[in-house]
Each structure stands twice: as structure tokens, then as C-alpha cells.
Design a protein around this ligand. Structure first.
Ligand SMILES: Cc1cc2nc3c(=O)[nH]c(=O)nc-3n(C[C@H](O)[C@H](O)[C@H](O)COP(=O)(O)OP(=O)(O)OC[C@H]3O[C@@H](n4cnc5c(N)ncnc54)[C@H](O)[C@@H]3O)c2cc1C
Length: 374
């Protein structure tokens, strides 16, 4: 679709596009627009990649658990994009095999995982990183010698991608500036109009041919502050991670029976990354890990290992707010990670999305920009 549209735009006409938000979705939107030959300027109220996009689980993934909610197209698209990132920036990404130990009385039955993983491999198609496999109990114990063996029956292992989210975002920013795109950090936009006028906190105003609101968790806030109606509403869900000294150089995806949720235990830069939580977040509060969330993660992890960790083992903790499209009938973990893009004259508002699919989101934004700038 984008390739077809590219013929419409003459490279000599330098139309001006403003992108608001220097997270991965804003950066990818800016990158795609710069590839098209537009004069792109990106505004970020803090510094690039300082918010949600650097607080992820660092996975370039299809999202195995989204299959439970029949989100096949999201999973397929994510698996394609996973391959894109792994090939585009091999120095900042890697293939990772995740092991899901199976316990008696677990949240999901063995056959449920089997169906999910067969489907996951199928949806990945030629982009698959390696087929899933079954591990016997002995194989699990030899891989994770200190793992809880009570009730352990075996495990499944499957492949996904892992990234340095912060550095990969900066890599995108370099692609953007190499194409002539410009960036203003520490520059908050206080108002936008459907006619393409952007107001900075300093009071300065700039006119653009097209404006993209890619403010992530703050996207709805910017629209509301600008007195613009928008039918899409966001629900923000805070997720916390902790980093502790390395437990294993292998990755685990574990079930927490109490909360009926899964969490990751991932090798990351010589340490172990554990996460995540899911708590509704209100933007009037700072996005930071709470004591309750940290204790939840410690408690969940300690159920699986002999070596009990405490708060003093924590090297770092961080939290991000996931911008999800509000759906009144759904629970937090059921809400789709798909994005919505709404265009109103010269203003394009971006809502939701995953890190993994940010380049695809950028392509969709570009399609809208091309409709604005005919
Ligand atoms: C805990 C957690 C774990 C996750 N793990 C994964 C994962 O492993 N894999 C995956 O694919 N996805 C994951 N996600 C989802 C993914 O991280 C997000 O969907 C993605 O980072 C959102 O990017 P964004 O650019 O929309 O938002 P952000 O990264 O938050 O960027 C928005 C930017 O806009 C700026 N901004 C806001 N208002 C203004 C303004 N008025 N003027 C100027 N700038 C402004 C902000 O400062 C911010 O930098 C996770 C999310 C969370 C919360």
C-alpha cells in the first residue's frame, strides 16, 4: 500500500510534517515520513525514548498470550515485525528461547500451550526463529537446577526476539536524522489544531501541512487540552519490572497461579529482568514502580526458586504506562494491543500499539499523511 502511494508524492515538494512524541511510535512515524521525502520535525517534551518505550519487557514478540483472545492478525503482524527488527539491527537484538515450565494444576493445560505454540509457529511462517519443543522434567531441571520441582511435569520452549529498547529507539532516531529529519527535545507541545497549527510551551506557534500526535499515554491528554473531540479513549495500564543479579542465562515465562497471570524472567545484559505487573494508571500520578508491585514480583519469583530474593537484591526497577484502547467490556489483559489512527483534517492522532509493531504503525501513519498532503 505504501509502495503504491509513494509514486503520488513528488520528492521535490517539501511538505512539512510535525511529529509530537519521541517514543518508538513517534520515531517510526517520523522515520517513515522522512523516507517519503517530507520535511519532518519531531518534538519531544523530555528526551528521546525516555518514557514507555524504554520501560518495556524488551521483547520483540508476537505475543503468545494474545492468541488466547484470538488476536491472530496482531500476532501475525508482530511476528513479521519481529523478524524486521532482528535483521535491521542485529547488534541491538537477539533471538531468545523462552521456557514455560508446566506444573500440575497450572493456569493453562499442556494441550492449551501445545495448540498455542503450533499456531504461533504457523503464524510466524517463513519468519519463524525456530520451532517450539517439549522438555522433559529432567531437561528442565538440568537447564534450571534451582527451579521448584514440586508438581513440575515438563516444559515447552519457544522462540521470540529480545532487544535493547532504548538503544534500538535511538538507532531509529539516527535513521531519521540521516534522512534530514530534525528533533527538538525538552520541547512540550501544549496545543494542536485540526488545521496543522502547533503551539509550544514557550508560546511559539508553527504551521505544518500535517501534524501527528504520537504522545503515547499522553495522546488523549493533548487532544483534550486542545479542545478537540475524539471518539477513542485510552486506558493506561502501568507495568513494573525489576532487575536482579542473574538467576540464569536462559529465559522463563512463568505462571503466577494467585494472580492468574504470566510473567517473564529474562536474561538481560548480564542480569535478570523480571516483569511485569498490570495496574490501572492515572496520569496525575508519577509513572514509577510501587512497593506493592515490587513485592508482587519478588513474591511471584520466589515461588519458583530455592534462592529467595529480597528488596536488597534489586539493582534497578522501572515502570511504564501502556496506552491501551479503552473497551468497557474487557478486562485489562484482554484488551487488544492493536493501535488506532484517527485523522481529522491535518491532524493525525495515534492511539495504542506495541513496540514490536511500531514500524507498521509508522507505515499506517504515513498512509494517512499522504491522504492529508495530496
Ligand atoms: C510494562 C510494559 C512492558 C511492555 N513490553 C513490551 C514488549 O516487551 N514488547 C512490545 O512490543 N511492547 C511492549 N510494551 C508496549 C510498548 O512499550 C508501548 O506500546 C510503546 O513503547 C509505546 O510507545 P509510544 O511511542 O506510543 O509511547 P512513549 O514511549 O511513551 O512515547 C510518547 C512520547 O511522547 C512524549 N510526549 C507526551 N506528551 C507530549 C507533548 N505534549 N509534547 C511533546 N512530547 C510529548 C512523551 O514524553 C514520550 O516520550 C510494553 C509496555 C509496558 C508498559
Amino acid at each position: 500500500m505504501v509502495a503504491k502511494l509513494m509514486t503520488i508524492q513528488s520528492p521535490n515538494i517539501k511538505k512539512k510534517v510535525a511529529i509530537i512524541g519521541g517514543g518508538i511510535n513517534g520515531l517510526c512515524s517520523a522515520w517513515l515520513c522522512a523516507q517519503q521525502g517530507f520535511e519532518v520535525h519531531l518534538y519531544e517534551k523530555e528526551t528521546l525514548m525516555s518514557q514507555t518505550s524504554r520501560c518495556s519487557s524488551k521483547l520483540l514478540h508476537g505475543g503468545l498470550r494474545y492468541l488466547e483472545y484470538l488476536q491472530f492478525s496482531l500476532v501475525r503482524e508482530s511476528l513479521q515485525e519481529r523478524k524486521f527488527w532482528l535483521e535491521a539491527a542485529p547488534e541491538l537484538t537477539n533471538d531468545i528461547e523462552l521456557v514455560i515450565p508446566l506444573y500440575k494444576g497450572g493456569i493453562h493445560k499442556r494441550w492449551e500451550y501445545k495448540i498455542g505454540l503450533v499456531l504461533y509457529d504457523f503464524l510466524a511462517g517463513k519468519n519463524n526463529l525456530g520451532k517450539h519443543r517439549y522438555l522433559t522434567k529432567d531437561e528442565v531441571v538440568s537447564t534450571f537446577p534451582s527451579i521448584e520441582t514440586n508438581g513440575l511435569t515438563g516444559a515447552y520452549a519457544y522462540h521470540d526476539g529480545q532487544m535493547d529498547d532504548y538503544e534500538l529507539g535511538l538507532w531509529v532516531s539516527r535513521q531519521l536524522t540521516d534522512l534530514g529529519g530534525t528533533i527538538s527535545e525538552n520541547t512540550k507541545i501544549t496545543k494542536v489544531t485540526n488545521e496543522g497549527l502547533v503551539t509550544l510551551e514557550s508560546g511559539e506557534k508553527f504551521q505544518y501541512d500535517c501534524v501527528v500526535n504520537a504522545c503515547g499515554p499522553w495522546a488523549q491528554e493533548l487532544v483534550a487540552r486542545s479542545n478537540i473531540d475524539c471518539e477513542v479513549k485510552l486506558k493506561l495500564v502501568r507495568g513494573t519490572h525489576i532487575i536482579i543479579p542473574q538467576i540464569s542465562d536462559k529465559a522463563l515465562y512463568l505462571e503466577n497461579k494467585e494472580s492468574k497471570r504470566l510473567f517473564f524472567v529474562l536474561p538481560y545484559k548480564g542480569n535478570t529482568l523480571v516483569g511485569t505487573t498490570e495496574e490501572v494508571h492515572d496520569l496525575s500520578n508519577k509513572i514509577e514502580p510501587t512497593e506493592k508491585e515490587i513485592n508482587y514480583l519478588i513474591g511471584a519469583l520466589n515461588k519458583f526458586f530455592d534462592n529467595q530474593i529480597t528488596q536488597t537484591d534489586i539493582i534497578e526497577s522501572f515502570a511504564g504506562a501502556r496506552p491501551l484502547i479503552f473497551e468497557s467490556t474487557k478486562l485489562m489483559n484482554e484488551v487488544s494491543r492493536e493501535y488506532k489512527i484517527k485523522r481529522n483534517q491535518k491532524l493525525i492522532n495515534v492511539f495504542g500499539g506495541k513496540w514490536t509493531t511500531s514500524r507498521k504503525l509508522g507505515e499506517s501513519v504515513l498512509e494517512h499523511v499522504l491522504k492529508v498532503i495530496k
